[in-house]
Design a binder for this molecule. Structure first.
Ligand SMILES: NC(=O)c1ccc[n+]([C@@H]2O[C@H](COP(=O)([O-])OP(=O)(O)OC[C@H]3O[C@@H](n4cnc5c(N)ncnc54)[C@H](OP(=O)(O)O)[C@@H]3O)[C@@H](O)[C@H]2O)c1
Length: 326
C-alpha cells in the first residue's frame, strides 16, 4: 500500500517518507479500513518532531481519518464490510495511523459515518470535533450558559462555537485575532467576537455579559490566557482547558480562590469510555440534524504530507488540513 512513515523524530522534510509498504490485516476484534481521507492535527507534527519520543521502529502518522471497512477480523460482524466510518486514536499508543491506504483498528475505533458527510469531514472528527464536544459536555454541559471560546477560528474552536449553540448555550463569545477570523467564528454562530490581540478581553466579556462573566471558557492556550480567567469567569465558573502554548502554567491563586473557579484538564486521546460514548452520540445526533460546518482549510494528496505538516505547524491554516488518499 501507499503510506507515509517516519523512523526517527525530526523536521517533516527530513523524516517523512512516502512509499510502498505491506498493508496490514485485521486481527481478531479489528476492522480493516480503506482510508479515503487522513486529518492532520497539531498533535501529529508535535509527536513527529519529538514532543513524544518515537514509540516504534516505524510510525505512520495521524490519528484522524475516514474511509470504508473492507475486511473484518475474527469476532467482528461481517455486515460491517462496506460501511463508511471515521476513525479515532489511529496513532495514539499505536504505530500505524491513518496516513496510508489502509489501517487496521479495533472495531470500536471505526465509527459509522453518515452518507451525507464527506470523508474529508469525517477526518476532522476524532480530534477537533470530539475535543470541542468534551470541553462543552464535561461538568454538566452548557445549557443556558454563557460560553467563551478562546481561539474561535481554530479547528477545535470552530466546532466548539457551533456545538455550544446546539447544546443550548444562551450566549457564545469567541476570541479571534483578525477580521477574517471574526467572520469565520461569526458564521459558525458566535454572538460576539473579541480581537484578543487588540482589545481588552476582560472588559469586553464583562460588557457582553452584563458584568457577570461567562460560566465556561473553552481554552486553547491556558498558559497565555490564565491571567484572563479572573476577569472573564463568573463566580464558580469553569475553564475547560484542552490546549496550552507552553508547558508550565502559573495560576494566580487568590483571585481563583475567591471566584471559586475550576479548571478541567483533558486530552481527547484518553477519554473514558462513558465520556467518549457521550461525545460520539452527540456528534451523531448533530450530523443527523444536518448543517454542521466543517472548516476544511485545505485538502492535499497523501503524497504531499510534508507540505501538509508544515502548513499545520505554521498555524496559518484557518481550519483543518486533510490529506486525500485516492
Ligand atoms: N487536549 C486535547 O485533547 C487537544 C485536542 C485538540 C487540540 N489540542 C491542542 O489545542 C491546540 C489547538 O488545536 P487546533 O487543532 O484547534 O489548532 P488550530 O486550528 O491551529 O487553532 C488554534 C487557534 O487558536 C488561536 N490561538 C492561539 N493562541 C491563542 C491565544 N492565546 N488566545 C486565543 N486564541 C489563540 C489561533 O489563532 P491566532 O494564532 O490567530 O490567535 C487559532 O485560531 C493545539 O495546541 C493542539 O495541540 C489539544
Amino acid at each position: 500500500m501507499k503510506a507515509i512513515w517516519y523512523e526517527r523524530n525530526g523536521a517533516a522534510r527530513d523524516v517523512l517518507t512516502y512509499g510502498e509498504m505491506p498493508a496490514p490485516q485485521a486481527a481478531a476484534g479489528e476492522v480493516l479500513v480503506r482510508i479515503h481521507a487522513s486529518g492532520v492535527n497539531p498533535s501529529d507534527w508535535k509527536t513527529r518532531s519529538g514532543s513524544r519520543p518515537i514509540s516504534a521502529p516505524r510510525v505512520i502518522p495521524h490519528s484522524d481519518g475516514a474511509g470504508v471497512i473492507v475486511a473484518v477480523g475474527a469476532g467482528v460482524d461481517a455486515s460491517r464490510i462496506g460501511r463508511r466510518v471515521w476513525i479515532w486514536n489511529g496513532q495514539w499508543k499505536r504505530a500505524f495511523g491513518t496516513a496510508a491506504e489502509f489501517i487496521a483498528v479495533p472495531f470500536a475505533q471505526a465509527v459509522p459515518l453518515p452518507d451525507s458527510v464527506s470523508f474529508e469531514a469525517g477526518a476532522c472528527f476524532g480530534i477537533p470535533a470530539l475535543t470541542a464536544l468534551r470541553a462543552l459536555l464535561t461538568d454538566g454541559g452548557v445549557a443556558g450558559q454563557s460560553v467563551l471560546v478562546a481561539g474561535g477560528a481554530g479547528s477545535v474552536g470552530h466546532y466548539a462555537i457551533q456545538f455550544a449553540k446546539r447544546l443550548g448555550a444562551k450566549q457564545v463569545i469567541a476570541t479571534v485575532s483578525s477580521q477574517a477570523k471574526a467572520a469565520h467564528a461569526s458564521a459558525a454562530g458566535a454572538d460576539a467576537c473579541i480581537d484578543y490581540k487588540r482589545e481588552d478581553v476582560g472588559a469586553r466579556v464583562k460588557e457582553l455579559t452584563g458584568g457577570r462573566g461567562v460560566d465556561r471558557v473553552v481554552e486553547v492556550d491556558l498558559t497565555g490566557n490564565i491571567g484572563l480567567l479572573r476577569d472573564v469567569l463568573a463566580q464558580d465558573g469553569l475553564c475547560a482547558a484542552y490546549g496550552s502554548n507552553a508547558q508550565e502554567v502559573r495560576i494566580p491563586f487568590s483571585p481563583m480562590l475567591v471566584s471559586g473557579a475550576a479548571i478541567r484538564f483533558f486530552i481527547v486521546y484518553e477519554l473514558s469510555p462513558a465520556a467518549r460514548a457521550e461525545c460520539e452520540t452527540t456528534l451523531a445526533l448533530f450530523l443527523a440534524e444536518g448543517g454542521v460546518q466543517h472548516a476544511i482549510a485545505k485538502t492535499m494528496p497523501l503524497s504531499e504530507c510534508v507540505a501538509a505538516h508544515e502548513l499545520v505547524e505554521a498555524g496559518t491554516a484557518m481550519g483543518n488540513v486533510v490529506l486525500t488518499v485516492p
